[in-house]
Unconditional design. Structure first.
Length: 216
């Protein structure tokens, strides 16, 4: 099935993909490149206050790699229900933050080691994401990514995906969603929970009834 996408989304992802090998491989020779991760964290925290998980859908180097490259090598099996559970998402968050904290404590005040701690987290996250992304849908990690959880928490009432009464619950929105969210199932509530939506606009572009839009 050919998925219609919002203009420039694919281009922005292909450009940002470059940052992934730059940090992971280039950081081996020049650890300070790890601060690129810090800059991206600051960027998405600010953006999330206005556009929710827009960063995930348009700019994330890891997510872009999974969607544009890994997708060619995956079995694309459905995302397990475990990855849709809120408690599991926050368990992953606590574990990953604990790991980052331990690395930062070890780094002390050494800026090179601090930068490398963030690079290390990208290596860990990317390795896990590729491992499970090959088996399931390529962006399965994005369901539990700690950075995504932070954005969802910040933007609980920000730029929400609205589901109108014209929705026929055909489930096409779920099929075109990179993380298999289901806007149609939120018809009664009228909107999709912020943490469930990457603001990629795929459902908006592909809904035959034009029943889904974003709040301003």
């Amino acid at each position: 099935m050919r998925i219609k996408e919002r203009k420039y989304r694919k281009l922005s992802q292909l450009i940002l993909i470059v940052l992934l090998p730059t940090v992971i491989i280039g950081g081996y020779f020049y650890p300070y490149l790890g601060f690129i991760v810090v800059a991206l964290i600051v960027f998405f925290l600010i953006l999330a206050a206005f556009r929710g998980r827009f960063y995930c859908g348009w700019f994330c180097p890891m997510g872009s790699f999974h969607e544009r490259v890994l997708a060619s090598f995956t079995f694309k099996r459905e995302i397990p229900q475990l990855f849709r559970k809120s408690w599991f998402r926050w368990l992953v968050f606590v574990v990953m933050m604990a790991l980052l904290t331990s690395r930062l404590i070890q780094a002390g005040t050494n800026p090179e080691k601090i930068a490398d701690a963030f690079r290390f987290m990208w290596i860990v996250s990317t390795s896990i994401a590729i491992g499970i992304g090959v088996i399931f849908k390529p962006r399965i990690w994005c369901r539990v990514c700690p950075m995504a959880s932070m954005q969802g928490l910040i933007s609980k009432n920000t730029y929400l995906l609205k589901v109108g009464n014209d929705c026929k619950e055909c489930k096409l929105c779920q099929k075109v969603c990179p993380i298999s969210s289901a806007p149609f199932a939120s018809k009664k509530k009228g909107y999709l929970n912020s943490e469930e939506c990457m603001r990629c606009f795929n459902c908006v572009e592909n809904c035959p009834q034009k029943a889904v839009t974003f709040s301003k």
